[in-house]
Ligand binder design. Structure first.
Ligand code: OSB
Ligand code: MG
Length: 370
């Protein structure tokens, strides 16, 4: 039984240590909504809205998430007897889109339940891996030498796989330059929907560089063109933006739209749906890995927990706090070993302590919903 009697929304501001650029733009500062849920016994759980500041990755933003949670999610989950956090996705299903807003309340509620059960969240979710493999996502840089230096630094730090962002004009030559310098590394490219099927001959050139995969080359609303592209490419296609739920995932697999799935907790609306996507992929022998959305420590801790599920078999975009933040909102920050792994914590819930004083100091807006 789960009965929530309060949701606290906080917007925090966190400057990134380095700007992060994708095919849809550059980010310097994050505006993140943290969600704290409390049940009628006073147990607490924390979640993070993984939406960006602008509606460029998907339709959501920091501000739309605040609005959706306050006006539509909170009234559907507060003071209602729920079997468990696993029911929240269904309770908010009638909200079209806005999975990240719904997911923040859902993941916070799972964290609350895990704490109440005295279990680490990863165990509570059914996770099996106790050490997870980490890669990094490197944004578009001003110059190729800047990018090569960034790759060099992350390889030296021990990260197991390097992902670079690409877009038209920053693609084949860039990958060729990385391959020339680093012939052995596990390398992949993420286009964030910057191409269309008309670019098929251009994209074919990636096959020369034995990439692990190319991520979301085509539009965010498409799976059919991805299937046409995959049929022509040797490089495996990995789907990110278009996998919004288990149903679409099943259809994408059925038509051969890709061979790998980047699973993002917020994009699918929380842990319950993420586990369904995970299970479908596992049943079809499609490997999954955990994507990132430049999360603060709260979202990062949730990503670590999710990555312990059995079919997370490829290195994820879950990396050390210090790559993003001078100071993180959790203690200790997320740290990555010299062999590019994160060892899970045995502490109940998130597995990290929240730095409440620091969170208060960077909070620009706070609202209690009850
Ligand atoms: O497509 O995976 C993506 C960041 C913001 C929006 C979309 C994406 C990303 C990343 C960053 O690749 C992953 C991370 O380091 O958090
Ligand atoms: Mg992506």
């Amino acid at each position: 039984m789960l009965k929530l009697d309060r949701i606290v929304l906080r917007e925090i501001r966190m400057p990134l240590v380095n700007f992060f650029e994708t095919s849809f733009g550059r980010t310097y500062d994050r505006r993140i909504v943290l969600v704290e849920v409390r049940d009628h016994d006073g147990a607490v759980g924390w979640g993070e809205v993984t939406a960006g500041e602008n509606p460029f990755y998907n339709e959501e933003t920091t501000d739309t998430a605040w609005h959706i949670i306050k006006q539509f999610v909170a009234p559907r989950v507060l003071h209602q007897p729920l079997d468990s956090a696993g029911e929240i996705r269904d309770r908010t299903k009638h909200i079209r889109g806005h999975n990240m807003a719904c997911g923040a309340v859902e993941t916070a509620s799972w964290e609350l339940e895990a704490r109440r059960a005295g279990q680490p969240l990863w165990k509570y979710l059914g996770g099996v891996h106790t050490e997870i493999a980490c890669g990094v996502s490197i944004g578009i840089k001003d110059t190729v030498p800047d990018l090569l230096a960034a790759v060099e630094k992350e390889v030296a730090a021990g990260y197991q796989r390097i992902k670079v962002k690409i877009k038209p004009g920053w693609d084949i030559e860039v990958i060729a330059a990385i391959r020339e310098r680093f012939p052995q590394i596990k390398l992949m490219a993420d286009a964030n929907s910057a191409y269309t099927l008309a670019d098929i001959d251009h994209l074919k050139q990636f096959d020369r560089y034995y990439l692990m995969m190319i991520e979301q080359p085509l539009p965010y609303y498409d799976i059919i063109d991805h299937a046409k592209l995959q049929a022509k490419l040797d490089t495996p296609v990995c789907l990110d933006e278009c996998i919004k739920n288990a149903h679409i995932c099943e259809q994408a697999i059925a038509i051969g739209a890709g061979r790998i799935v980047n699973l993002k907790l917020g994009r699918v609306g929380g842990f319950a749906e993420a586990r369904r996507v995970h299970d479908i992929c596992q049943a079809h022998k499609i490997p999954v890995w955990c994507g990132g959305m430049l999360e603060s420590g709260v979202g990062r801790a949730h990503n670590i927990a999710m990555s312990t599920l059995a079919n997370f078999v490829l290195p994820g975009d879950v990396s050390a706090s210090k790559r993003y933040w001078k100071q993180d909102v959790i203690v200790p920050p997320v740290e990555v070993s010299a062999r590019g792994t994160i060892t899970v914590s045995d502490q109940p819930g998130l597995g990290f302590d929240l730095d409440h004083k620091f969170i208060d100091s960077i909070t620009v807006r706070r609202e209690e919903l009850s």
